[in-house]
Ligand binder design. Structure first.
Ligand code: KG4
Ligand code: ZN
Length: 338
């Protein structure tokens, strides 16, 4: 089946047409309009501007993607995210479903990040790779969550951040360093040449016997450190970034390893924007390899928000006939998975 998918939950308007079957997934076309340049000058995403830009871009993108083929199913991320953006995606999907007379599937944005590991842009028919039960770590600008999955669509949240998300922490610390939004990629580049052991930042909640996270204390420790020790030359800045990045990576990898030991999944999946971090990818691989469990990480371009990942999440729901009436679909900014 050909699935037309829409993503508009944050600062990317993305539309994709994906051929989905038991044999695998093939991206027929995907187009994404990024708003980063617009939000950069404000140091973060401004919801009103995001909503207006989604409204401007969505129809031209749908028109362009529609030239590549007719969809059998329409799918959209209807939450979680910014209401101003979600509404644009949901209303577009509702109208497409009605006018094209095609079934509609509503998916959670995080389900998309989980299934992003099943996209292989180089191969036409790869087999689906997630073996169940699976453990997923979602690390993005809005979420840091550990999720247990018995099968597609069956989610149990076993841990989440109590305050800031890991990506949010990267972005806020980057702001302290006057690096432009989004700061995660900039910090990770500076960190590559730094010493991760130079500064001993706190590893929040590492010693607690649960799978929750907290990053706001780390952010405050970083702020106090910077006030006393400004990163006023290249070496200090690189060491600072490497040490900060290491603190986040230690917590993410350690808690994931503990969850693997407890729940014994058949695969571990990692998704979301922070998954693009090279050091995190390497460290996670090193730590999980000795446990003999496959780790699935998305291709770099599918770590960030994109519509293709939603088509795949939508496919599993469509297979289970989990359709929603076009009259009933609603944007849900606080939709929690599991
Ligand atoms: O998944 P995503 O595109 O959007 C959300 O759903 O939030 O994630 C964006 C987040 C931003 O916070 C960004 O700074 C972070 O992912 N990010 C990174 C890296 N690339 C993107 N964080 C650390 N290292 C990176 N290389
Ligand atoms: Zn995302």
């Amino acid at each position: 089946m050909k699935i037309l998918a829409i993503e508009s939950s944050c600062d990317d308007t993305s539309v994709a047409l994906v051929e989905c079957s038991n044999k695998g997934f093939f991206v027929i076309a995907e187009k994404t309009a990024s708003q980063i340049d617009l939000h950069k000058k404000f140091g973060g995403v401004i919801p009103e501007i995001a909503g207006r830009m989604h409204a401007e871009k969505i129809i031209p993108l749908v028109e362009e993607i529609s030239k590549e083929g007719k969809p059998d199913i329409i799918t959209v991320a209807s939450g979680p995210g910014l209401i101003t953006g979600l509404i644009v995606g949901v209303e577009t999907a509702r109208n497409l479903s009605y006018f094209l007379k095609k079934p509609l599937v509503s998916v959670n944005h995080l389900e998309g990040h989980i299934h992003s590991v099943e996209i292989d842009s180089k191969i036409k028919n790869q087999k689906s790779k997630i073996a169940y039960p699976a453990l997923a770590l979602i690390v993005s600008g809005g979420h840091t969550e550990l999720i247990l999955m018995k099968k597609p669509g069956n989610y149990k949240l076993i841990g989440a951040t109590l305050d800031d998300a890991a990506g949010e922490c990267f972005d806020k610390v980057a702001k302290m360093l006057k690096l432009s939004y989004p700061g995660g990629p900039k910090i990770s580049i500076l960190a590559q040449k730094g010493n991760g052991k130079a500064i001993d930042f706190p590893r929040p909640m590492l010693n607690q016997d649960n799978f929750n996270f907290s990053f706001s204390g780390l952010k405050t420790a970083v702020l106090y450190h910077l006030q006393k020790n400004p990163a006023n030359n290249k070496k200090k800045l690189q060491d600072f970034c490497a040490s900060f990045e290491q603190a986040i990576i230690d917590v993410l990898t350690e808690k994931t390893v503990r969850a693997i030991k407890k729940y014994k999944p058949k695969t571990v999946v990692m998704g979301g924007g922070v998954t693009a971090n090279t050091k995190l990818r390497q460290t996670m691989e090193e730590k999980i390899k000795p446990l003999g469990i496959p780790l699935l990480i998305p291709e770099l371009k599918y770590c960030m928000d994109n519509a293709t990942m939603l088509a795949i999440a939508g496919y599993y729901k469509a297979k289970n006939k989990k359709f929603i009436d076009w009259k009933k679909i609603k944007a849900d900014p606080t939709w929690e998975i599991g």
